[in-house]
Write a protein that binds this ligand. Structure first.
Ligand code: NDP
Length: 291
């Protein structure tokens, strides 16, 4: 029977830490960090996500600046808004909620965000810094996974980490973070020949494929640490992960549940990135003033 890693509790600790950092920032600089959320169109899930992000930022004292644009917004109009937010000192972080409507190129719009305000860590500059071992802003879900591994007491150095999924948002940055933490990383995806064998070799197994119960009990080595990023809707409307939790919890050394594992960490890390971004912008302005 494994240790159940309580993402809700860890996320609550992170939020409390961020709330204290926000007040320190306000005391030092006389302004609140601000998170701008940009939502284009009517996607119901996106509306729920953005509402949660706004509420969570306000709970830790971050100012929420919200822009809602109609589904027929042109790429030029969105680009203009992002440019305005880049130049606004009250905006510490910019979150462009994806997906955007089809007439807009989401990658191109993400790339327009000032890397110092890129709290999703998705601009080419921050993605590149992560690959090069630099000090950019790191995507929220992968950062959350690393924090859960730390709290679970995972020994990363030299460990064999298997990542299932290679998206820009989760799999790729996570593999880079694990590599930077001295893991030996095996990166799996839909073309991997023998997923079960690769997974069975893992000391640390991260599932981020978006496939309900892809990882079953036969694919996990006894004592492995299993982190389930997947959030899939089952036929009954309930959330189900990429890991067969009931079977794998009997084998793994530690495991995250769905819900209540990685999910709550993503928003907590977004808040943490927003304060970090605010600090970096102050430092950049001070450096510019001295030149
Ligand atoms: P994507 O759909 O962008 O990527 C899925 C990845 O999984 C791809 O690289 C794909 O491979 C791989 N994959 C798909 N099927 C298989 C398979 N059968 N075997 C091996 N690999 C497979 O998803 P995301 O990375 O955006 O998200 C992954 C999951 O994490 C989703 O369930 C999503 O909802 C969830 N998520 C949860 C978050 C949270 O806060 N908890 C935040 C973000 C995402 P290929 O590249 O070859 O197509």
């Amino acid at each position: 029977m494994s240790q159940i890693i309580d993402g809700k509790a860890v996320a609550a600790d992170v939020r409390a830490r961020v709330a204290a950092e926000v007040e320190e920032f306000v005391a030092a600089h006389g302004v609140r960090p601000g998170l701008a959320t940009v939502l284009v169109g009517d996607d119901p899930a996106s509306h729920v996500y953005v509402r949660n992000k706004r509420r969570s930022s306000e709970e830790v004292g971050i100012a929420s600046i919200h822009h809602e644009l109609p589904a027929e917004t042109s790429q030029e109009e969105l680009a203009e808004l992002i440019t305005t937010l880049n130049e606004d000192d009250a905006v510490s972080g910019i979150l462009l909620q994806l997906p955007v409507p089809p007439q807009i190129d989401g990658d191109a719009m993400t790339a327009l965000v000032d890397p110092l305000k890129d709290v999703d860590g998705l601009t080419p500059v921050n993605a590149g810094l992560l690959m090069q071992g630099g000090d950019g802003l790191v995507p929220c879900t992968p950062r959350g996974v690393m924090e859960l591994l730390r709290v679970a007491g995972a020994e990363l150095r030299g460990a064999r980490a298997v990542v299932v999924g290679r998206s820009k948002l989760v799999g790729k940055p996570l593999a880079a973070l694990l590599l930077a933490a001295d893991c030996t990383v095996i990166h799996c995806h839909s073309r991997t020949r023998d997923l079960a064998t690769e997974c069975r070799g893992a000391d640390i197994l991260i599932a981020a494929a978006g496939q309900p119960k892809l990882i079953n009990g036969d694919m996990v080595r006894e004592g492995a640490i299993v982190i389930d990023v997947g959030t899939n809707r089952g036929d009954d409307g309930k959330l189900v992960g990429d890991v067969d939790f009931e079977a794998v919890k009997e084998i793994a050394g530690a495991i995250t549940p769905v819900p209540g594992g990685v999910g709550p960490m993503t928003i907590a890390m977004l808040l943490s990135n927003t304060v970090e971004a605010a600090r970096r912008q102050v430092a950049a302005r001070e450096a510019a003033a001295q030149r």
